[in-house]
Write a protein that binds this ligand. Structure first.
Ligand code: ZN
Length: 132
């Protein structure tokens, strides 16, 4: 069974972590993989050595560790503005190959400075699941 089609939300803690990591890397980009506990994204695997200094965080698909399970990806866009969260052509290439749930955060990484996309780059809903 593919659980990636069933993701309904992200743990509030995990989203906080993603925004904190985005801030700490700014103005550089980071990229990571999202993993889920049941239907909620609950963990981020940061991929080392995949940073870049400009607008293209890159990911080498052949460097994803074997055997890890993931449902999507996350990276930041270190620039502000309404178009900042839009996926680039390179992002879409990655989205199509790494699951169905892709978060892009954007400067200044406040609580609402993120969007989620499906594997073809259409914005999708992702509920924030509180920790009780
Ligand atoms: Zn991007």
């Amino acid at each position: 069974m593919s659980k990636r089609e069933r993701i309904r939300g992200i743990a509030a803690d995990t989203l906080d972590f993603i925004l904190e990591v985005s801030k700490s890397y700014h103005p550089y980009e980071f990229i990571g993989l999202l993993s889920a506990d049941s239907d909620v994204i609950s963990d981020v695997l940061l991929l080392p050595g995949m940073l870049s200094s400009d607008r293209n965080a890159s990911i080498r698909l052949d460097m994803i560790p074997l055997g890890i399970s993931y449902v999507g990806s996350v990276h930041n866009h270190p620039y502000p503005g309404p178009g900042a969260a839009r996926p680039s052509a390179q992002d879409l290439f990655i989205f199509g190959r790494t699951g169905n749930c892709h978060i892009i955060t954007f400067y200044p990484y406040d609580g609402d400075c993120w969007r989620c996309y499906n594997s073809v780059g259409e914005e999708r809903e992702l509920k924030i699941i509180g920790n009780g």
